[in-house]
Design a protein around this ligand. Structure first.
Ligand SMILES: CSC[C@H]1O[C@@H](n2cnc3c(O)ncnc32)[C@H](O)[C@@H]1O
Ligand code: ZN
Length: 429
């Protein structure tokens, strides 16, 4: 069936506090009205007892790291990376990344995420997984040279090669560059990424200002804090998306705002790796900086549930200020949906006629969703995504209907096997 022929009618769901029907035609929301007549050939979904909400947009993850869930817990960032994660990533295969990414997609679909921004090795395997699972993603080719000029040159060439290869996928898969961090990628390489991004209009996805140690090292090695260093390199731009941004000072936030750089808050991994809990949401918002929410990878978060991420972001934002009025549920929900979509340049994140049909039905008949004085409050403060998400639709296609995703048993079996075999190969089993 072509995108144009596809018609899905959701009947009797709650939308903006009222019972409503919603018609999807092709891959977009066509009509929202009280009563939409059913036509022949339409797929009808019963929305009774369910609310329609936008899909979550996970703005920072490493999807294939699902196979490291529960491996390398309770460590500091650099110890975790250098002594646990990087040694096992060195023996990872394309198959591991494919099945690890499929497991990630399955988990995201089941917890109401419709799109994600990813950075990992073998990104074409992740692209294939996204394609096969029907999700939407912006996938970064990762640059990671650690001072090795041969590797840096190869990475520069691969940026072009991979951009061509991505053209074989559907428009649900977008290309981006992912220079890992300022401690693994050189200044000239970051400048190459910036120029490439300007020429080809692709996003750049970079870990930045994640820990206090990173800031201290940046000052020691480059004489400047991370954002000032990027400013000196002239690589701050609207195409730059920084993950973390925990250790920013006032002047750095001014610089990010001036260049319209986007910032992604990763509350779970920031807490688990104890990178920092003072995410300056209000200070950035006030400056007009667009903020998204991410889960980060499954070894540091340890799941991909954006509902949990919203709750952590809200609670953490209140706690460090000793101010319960900070980080309101409505703001955090908009950050995880509409702002996330804007960061990824996806025309979704809101339930409106004309928007892409990337949406979710949540079950209202669950103990943790009752009573429903305020739906957004229940979604942010009470719910776990996997427990309440009933149906997930991306690009006008039903990926999960009433809790069931095609092929889920095979994905869980294959990804688990990859995980165990990979640890055996790395002598870590
Ligand atoms: C080479 S692909 C991406 C690279 O990033 C590593 N990673 C995962 N989480 C974090 C984090 O919070 N900070 C820095 N680097 C991280 C991942 O293991 C891959 O090696
Ligand atoms: Zn990360």
């Amino acid at each position: 069936m072509t995108k144009e022929q596809n018609k899905i009618l959701i009947q009797g769901a709650i939308l903006n506090g009222k019972v409503s029907d919603l018609l999807i035609e092709g891959n977009r929301i066509k009509t929202i009205a009280e009563n939409i007549p059913k036509e022949e050939g339409m797929q009808v979904i019963d929305g009774k007892g369910r609310a329609i909400v936008p899909g979550m947009h996970n703005c920072h993850t490493h999807s294939a790291m699902t196979i490291y869930r529960g491996f390398g817990d309770d460590l500091k960032l650099m110890d975790w990376l250098e002594n646990w994660i990087w040694p096992v990533e060195a023996v990872m295969t394309e198959e591991d990344v494919y099945w690890g990414s499929k497991l990630a997609c399955l988990e995201m679909i089941k917890s109401g995420t419709t799109a994600f921004l990813d950075m990992y090795t073998f990104p074409l395997c992740t692209a294939q997984a996204v394609e096969d699972m029907g999700m939407r993603a912006v996938l970064s080719y990762t640059l990671f040279d650690r001072g090795d000029e041969k590797r840096a040159k190869l990475d520069r060439e691969q940026c072009y090669t991979y951009m061509e290869k991505y053209k074989h996928f559907s428009d649900r898969v977008e290309y981006s560059l992912g220079p890992h961090a300022i401690y693994t990628v050189s200044g000239p390489q970051l400048q190459f990424c910036h120029e490439f991004s300007q020429e080809n209009d692709v996003l750049i996805h970079l870990h930045l200002s994640e820990t206090e140690g990173e800031v201290k090292d940046s000052i020691k090695n480059y004489g400047l804090s991370p954002v000032r260093y990027l400013d000196k390199l002239r690589v701050l731009s609207p195409n730059l998306v920084i993950a973390h941004g925990v250790w920013l000072d006032e002047e750095e936030m001014d610089l990010l705002a001036k260049h319209n750089v986007k910032v992604v808050h990763n509350p779970a991994s920031n807490l688990k790796l104890a990178s920092g809990y003072r995410f300056q949401y209000e200070e950035m918002k006030k400056r007009g900086i667009l903020i998204g929410i991410g889960t980060d990878g499954c070894s540091s978060s340890n799941n991909l549930d954006m509902y949990t991420a919203m709750k952590l972001a809200a609670f953490m934002g209140k706690a460090w200020r000793f101010d319960p009025t900070a980080m309101k549920a409505e703001d955090i929900f908009e950050t995880a949906t509409k702002s996330g979509a804007e960061i990824m340049r996806i025309d979704a994140g809101e339930i409106k006629e004309g928007k892409l049909a990337d949406l979710v039905l949540v079950n209202l008949n669950r103990p943790e969703m009752l009573p429903c004085h305020n739906l957004i409050s229940n979604l942010v403060y009470s719910a776990a995504g996997a427990a309440i998400v009933d149906t997930t639709i991306v690009d006008g296609k039903v990926l999960m209907l009433h809790g069931k995703v095609d092929g889920e048993d095979e994905i869980m079996e294959k990804a688990s096997k990859c995980a165990y075999d990979m640890l055996k190969r790395a002598n870590k089993a």
